[in-house]
Design a protein around this ligand. Structure first.
Ligand SMILES: C[S@@+](CC[C@H](N)C(=O)[O-])C[C@H]1O[C@@H](n2cnc3c(N)ncnc32)[C@H](O)[C@@H]1O
Length: 857
């Protein structure tokens, strides 16, 4: 029996802030129980929802089976001849009267078709051949020519302001007898360790924090950290540590004696990986992959140290896993602050430490320490660095003027010390390092660099081949030649000082770009859970338990939306407990066959520290955004009154202009996670609910609070497909009247799509957004899709991000135009489309006075 849910039943949000998701990751079972409790609280019927009931799925009982039953006992559905037509009838243009297939294919049938792996030989034929093509386009249709016809003749052209649009087709229907291609390219092996600037800044000295992060976590969520607390043990390099570690240990011995006896034995050097101690697990992971990784780390740590961990994680094929964890390796100073450690250890004083890594007092202390540094050694280091820069500059043509100017400026600014002082020289040295990287894009060239760094990218090859000759104070620049520095850069090591690998943020992030990008393959979409639910009796899927389960499924996928209010599923209209279990709930993009991986090599990023200043002339991201806005400024789309700040977000994170590409800061930028140019990547902040409508299927509705205009709502997540694949799928979707395809054909791209997003098999709540046309803005959808680039340099592959165009009232339905702003041409096409037999051209129920009557034109 269905428990009625009314709007008043929606749990009221906390008075101050909407309910946030817990920091701790809950298992699906825990999420279900949590949702169940919420339903208990919010429904007065008192009906017991017992997820622990041991009810056979085949019994037809409306009671929910246990979760274990869901997870283990239920087999995926098997398509039989009962629900699949077994008599394919090839389509030809000569077929007389159209016969419209009204049966909606099963989820499994659709999935098989999309994946080109029919579960039954007749699955394809049952869906397509019984339908004759629209009369106007049948004459020369063939399967082979179909795609190009579809592309050239049926793709919607965007209106002038350039909106992405839902895919639609009026092309001939393919010959269903043509076998679909079964060729699959083997996905490249993907390995990647990623971290952002915040993480990087913790890579200062060894020990002892290893974070394992689910890929769906947003940067703002922080890390699920397993902190490994180990007492220092410089001698304790385990048996698995090879010559590299031994050599490193020797190097640390070769360093000069401490200037002051700290009173305690040096606890650690950057190269000694403590191996003993207690391990404290701070978080729990429900997902087996993460647990597996944990176990792997457990095994690796004792014998191989962090270097071993790094290498081993690199060698893991993380991408093979559909929910592969993202691994951050943080190598942190244990206990006291870096500077104190330097003082205790004595021999590290001359190693430049980044200004941005240190608190102000620490910086002052460093300056005091620098007084003790030998002038000769610093001079030597400066000369070496200068020489290297000259070589680099000549070889690369990189404009280093900024650096030199900075050097001069710094020298003249040196306080109370003569121009030749060690302090000044060291300062110059620090800045030379700091200003490297993307010339002209580093906003704060003074930032950067701890050379008390052992990078997770320091390879044994480099360390063993580097003829380290520590000077009297441990400062020496090793191997500054251009040829090898390129090699070093690949591993994130810029050069060595005193045997210590120097890894700057820029060199580190550049090295990261050289690694294969991390992304998800559509073929790995995990549908097992949905398949099992679909194998349950319809009575279960119509029960309140299904609602609870669906909400829990959403919760589980919301790890990348820290602070996002939970989504409720509400149905006051039909008996369905939840929307069809046809898709994997995800906020991510899944790459289809033939879609290239994200281009991170050519991705521009900024070297800003802290929060990017939109007015900055040197912020690489501000410059890029400004560049892409030129055309809108030129054609007055952006009004004169605009204050000229290039970021499209205001200080509250609201989008100021629509229909323009957004370029957010990315994983390779130096700025912090709360940078004003990071909005989409921080996830949804507003409450929305998925609710059944009378006439439009499931829709998305605002929660109890007004959403201001310009607010980020969500990414139109799903599979990223080539248009060819999208065309193929679209022809099927058209037949059963629901489509989730979205062409990425924004105006500034020339309005020709190369890729599409399909949210049928995978997506989030945005896939339920309804359509509302707007013609000259007389009809008023409250949301709009905007292209947004984050970790992608390929202009053809923006994220489709949904923002509110205006304030959205409490409980108002969210909608956007599937066709962008419509023009006269579209209106006439819409009228023709009305005559089509394709079910997707169903009557529009948007309720607008200007409604065209059909959903697509
Ligand atoms: C992207 S889906 C939206 C979610 C869909 N309502 C569902 O239940 O899954 C697009 C489909 O929703 C339905 N739809 C959306 N807006 C509509 C409207 N204004 N009138 C009628 N049907 C609409 C159509 O079936 C359309 O193909």
């Amino acid at each position: 029996m269905k428990i009625p849910i009314s709007m008043s039943d929606i749990p009221a949000p906390a008075p101050t802030a909407p309910p946030s998701r817990p920091i701790k990751k809950l298992s699906l079972t825990e999420l279900i129980n949590k949702r169940r409790e919420e339903h208990f609280r919010s429904h007065s019927s008192g009906e017991c929802i017992d997820l622990t009931d041991d009810v056979s799925p085949s019994s037809g009982s409306s009671h929910a089976p246990s979760v274990s039953k869901l997870q283990e006992s239920v087999q995926p559905p098997h398509i039989t001849a009962n629900n699949v037509s077994s008599s394919p009838a090839p389509v030809s243009g000569r077929q007389p009267a159209p016969i419209v297939e009204t049966r909606t294919p099963s989820i499994q049938e659709i999935r098989d078709l999309m994946r080109q792996r029919p579960s039954s030989t007749s699955a394809t034929s049952s869906l397509i051949p019984n339908i004759s093509p629209p009369p106007s386009t049948t004459s020369n249709s063939t399967s082979s020519s179909n795609q190009s016809i579809s592309k050239s003749s049926s793709r919607r052209k965007n209106c002038s302001i350039g909106m992405a649009s839902l895919e639609m087709f009026i092309s001939p229907i393919p010959d269903g007898s043509q076998p679909a291609s079964t060729t699959k390219t083997t996905p490249p092996t993907m390995k990647r360790i990623s971290c952002n600037a915040d993480v990087f800044r913790r890579i200062i000295t060894p020990t002892a924090e290893i974070s394992v992060r689910d890929p769906s976590l947003s940067p703002s969520e922080g890390r699920r950290t397993r902190r490994v607390v180990r007492p220092p043990n410089p001698q304790g390099i385990g048996a698995g540590v090879d010559d590299v570690a031994a050599q490193l240990h020797d190097q640390s011995r070769a360093l000069p004696e401490p200037l002051e006896d700290p009173g305690v034995a040096p606890t650690t050097s950057p190269f000694v990986i403590p191996v003993e101690g207690e391990m404290e697990v701070q978080s729990t992971y429900a997902h087996k992959d993460v647990q597996l990784l944990d176990a792997t780390m457990d095994d690796m740590l004792p014998s191989e140290g962090l270097q071993g961990v790094t290498e081993s994680i690199r060698s893991l094929d993380l991408h093979e896993r559909s929910r592969s964890p993202e691994v951050d390796i943080n190598v942190d100073q244990v206990g006291v602050s870096p500077l104190e450690r330097i003082r205790e250890d004595g021999y590290l004083e001359a190693i430049p430490v980044s200004a941005d890594l240190m608190e102000h007092e620490e910086l002052e202390s460093l300056e005091m320490l620098v007084d003790d540094v030998s002038a000769e050694s610093v001079e030597q280091a400066l000369v070496s660095v200068d020489e290297r820069r000259d070589v680099d500059e000549e070889n690369t043509g990189v404009n280093m003027r900024g650096t030199r100017a900075l050097t001069k400026r710094t020298r003249s600014k040196s306080t109370g010390v003569s121009g030749d002082s060690d302090q000044e020289r060291l300062s110059v040295l620090m800045q030379l390092e700091a200003s490297d990287g993307e010339a002209g894009e580093a906003d704060h060239p003074i930032s950067i660099n701890s050379s008390r760094t052992i990078s997770s990218h320091t390879s044994s090859r480099q360390l063993s081949q580097s003829p380290v000759s520590a000077g009297p104070l441990g400062v020496s620049v090793v191997d500054g030649g251009h040829a090898t520095s390129v090699k070093q850069l690949e591993d994130g090591v810029e050069y060595y000082i005193g045997g210590y690998p120097v890894v700057t943020w820029n060199s580190y992030s550049q090295a990261q770009r050289l690694m294969p990008p991390k992304y998800r393959l559509a073929i790995d979409l995990p549908h097992e859970f949905q398949d099992r639910v679909n194998a349950l009796p319809q009575s279960y899927r119509d029960s309140p338990q299904a609602t609870v389960l669906f909400e829990a499924m959403i919760d589980e996928a919301m790890d990348d939306e820290l602070g996002a209010p939970p989504i409720s599923v509400i149905n006051e209209v039909t008996d369905e407990g939840a929307p069809p279990w046809e898709f994997v709930y995800t906020n991510q993009m899944w790459y289809g066959e033939g879609v290239p991986p994200p281009d991170i090599k050519n991705l521009k990023s900024c070297g800003c520290v802290g929060r990017c200043d939109p007015k900055s002339k040197t912020c690489g991201c501000a410059k890029r955004q400004r560049h892409h806005l030129k055309r809108y400024i030129a054609n007055n789309t952006i009004p004169d009154t605009w204050n000229g700040v290039p970021f499209l977000y205001d200080s509250k994170g609201s989008l100021q202009f629509f229909g323009m590409p957004i370029f957010e800061c990315n994983d390779f930028c130096g700025c912090d996670e709360d940078c004003p140019n990071r909005v989409v990547q921080r996830g949804r902040k507003y409450a929305v609910n998925i609710k059944r409508t009378e006439t439009k299927g499931w829709g998305v509705f605002n929660g109890p609070k007004k959403i201001p205009g310009g607010s980020f709502i969500g990414i139109y997540a799903g599979e990223l497909l080539t248009v060819e694949e999208s065309d193929r799928r679209g022809m099927l979707y058209n037949k059963f009247g629901r489509t989730y395809l979205f062409d990425i054909d924004f105006y500034y791209m020339g309005a020709v799509a190369t890729y599409s997003v399909d949210a049928y098999h995978a997506g989030n709540f945005t896939r339920f957004l309804a359509s509302l046309f707007y013609q000259n803005h007389s009809c008023d959808p409250n949301c709009e899709i905007n292209p947004c680039y984050i970790n992608e340099a390929n202009i053809e592959k923006p994220l489709l991000t949904i923002f509110t165009r205006r304030d959205v009232e409490p409980f108002e339905e969210l909608s956007f135009s599937y066709m962008g702003c419509i023009d006269d041409d579209m209106i006439s096409k819409a009228k023709n489309a009305k005559k089509s037999n394709d079910a997707v051209y169903a009557e529009c129920h948007c309720g607008s006075a200007n409604c065209l009557g059909v959903l697509f034109s």
